[in-house]
Write a protein that binds this ligand. Structure first.
Ligand SMILES: NC(=O)c1ccc[n+]([C@@H]2O[C@H](COP(=O)([O-])OP(=O)(O)OC[C@H]3O[C@@H](n4cnc5c(N)ncnc54)[C@H](OP(=O)(O)O)[C@@H]3O)[C@@H](O)[C@H]2O)c1
Length: 306
């Protein structure tokens, strides 16, 4: 656990970064950057001892950021709608701004920089887990492209300015505040269809919030030059078919799974390198899924499920 550091977390109110920022703020000075498009996010940070920094990654300079930062966890990004509507904006925020941010800290004080990339930057390889050396692909067109470009910028900047760096390729996070498993849970409870890719089973390694806080901090600690690129996921593989069935048993509903070529292909990580450099996750998938359902539906009496 990092202590006494000055840490900048971008996208600090978001699903991935907020629980990490909250944990780090217990023992470090933490700055949380976002545009604060939802004003309540600013108060959320302040309530947990995180100093808010209002800034749009895609606009203006970073010269006014504190100069004595020792670690950066860079999660702020153009995602989903913003990326799909405007590829140039996606490149500006996810790639160019990352380079400008690293350039701001090129003087040599940074001990670690983490770039949040994505498992959505891999091409589909059928029924085998995706290794860090596998070729890139367009899982989610503009977003994937901009993250592939972002990784290239980060690799350049890390070597050029000797910034110890970890690029984490994030796969399927979930927890009380959301994630693809959360969306599928909602669909099951509300009786809506769950669309999956036809090449079944749809394998994933979902990672629960408690574990991604640990692995996020670990990624900061192991940063190095040249940059380390590593898959970042749960240690266990479970298919979406199996976890939907498990959720269905808990909530007493039969999932309506449909197979559809327009559904995203499953992203299934090889965890060999992750286990070597970051360690294993601890929350068993069934425990994590039960906690997610309980948090979303506190009034619901859940059935026992194996
Ligand atoms: N969640 C996953 O399963 C997953 C999977 C793969 C990769 N990732 C990566 O992990 C990172 C975090 O994702 P997330 O799921 O936590 O996203 P999220 O919940 O949507 O949070 C994104 C954060 O970034 C901020 N942000 C967006 N555009 C910004 C801009 N132009 N300038 C400054 N801040 C901006 C947002 O706040 P404002 O809108 O207020 O600015 C928000 O705090 C991203 O880099 C994403 O690509 C996540």
């Amino acid at each position: 656990m990092l202590k006494g550091e000055k840490i900048l977390i971008t996208g600090a109110a978001g699903r991935v970064a907020f629980p990490i920022a909250r944990r780090l703020a217990q023992e470090n000075l933490v700055y949380g950057m976002a545009r604060f498009t939802k004003p309540a996010d600013r108060e959320k940070l302040v309530a947990h001892g995180i100093t808010p920094l209002q800034k749009d990654l895609g606009k203006g300079s970073f010269d006014d950021l504190p100069g004595d930062i020792t670690y950066i966890f860079h999660a702020g990004a153009a995602i989903s709608k913003e990326a799909s509507l405007d590829w140039q904006w996606a490149f500006e925020v996810n790639a160019h701004a990352t380079g400008r941010l690293m350039s701001r800290y090129k003087s040599g004080k940074l001990k670690g920089f983490v770039y949040c990339s994505t498992g959505s930057q891999y091409d589909y390889q059928g029924h085998r887990p995706l290794k860090e050396s596998d070729r890139p692909g367009l899982h989610n067109h503009n977003y994937s492209l901009s993250k592939i470009a972002g990784e290239a910028v980060v690799n350049f900047a890390s070597s050029q300015w000797n910034i110890p760096t970890t690029i984490i390729r994030i796969f399927s996070t979930y927890g009380p505040t959301g994630g693809a498993p959360y969306d599928r849970m909602k669909a099951i409870v509300e009786g809506r269809e769950v669309a999956l890719y036809p090449d079944k089973p749809n394998n994933y390694n979902p990672i629960f919030e408690d574990d991604y806080v640990d692995l996020g901090i670990r990624a900061m600690e192991v940063a190095r030059t040249p940059a380390l690129t590593v898959n970042w996921s749960g240690s266990e593989t479970v298919s979406a078919e199996d976890y939907c069935e498990y959720i269905g048993k808990l909530v007493g509903k039969k999932p309506k799974i449909v197979y559809n070529n327009t559904a995203y292909w499953p992203i299934w990580p090889d965890t060999t390198l992750m286990h070597q450099v970051l360690g294993r996750t601890k929350v068993h998938w069934q425990d994590g899924f039960k906690r997610m359902v309980q948090a979303a539906y506190p009034e619901m009496k859940l059935n026992d499920a194996p």
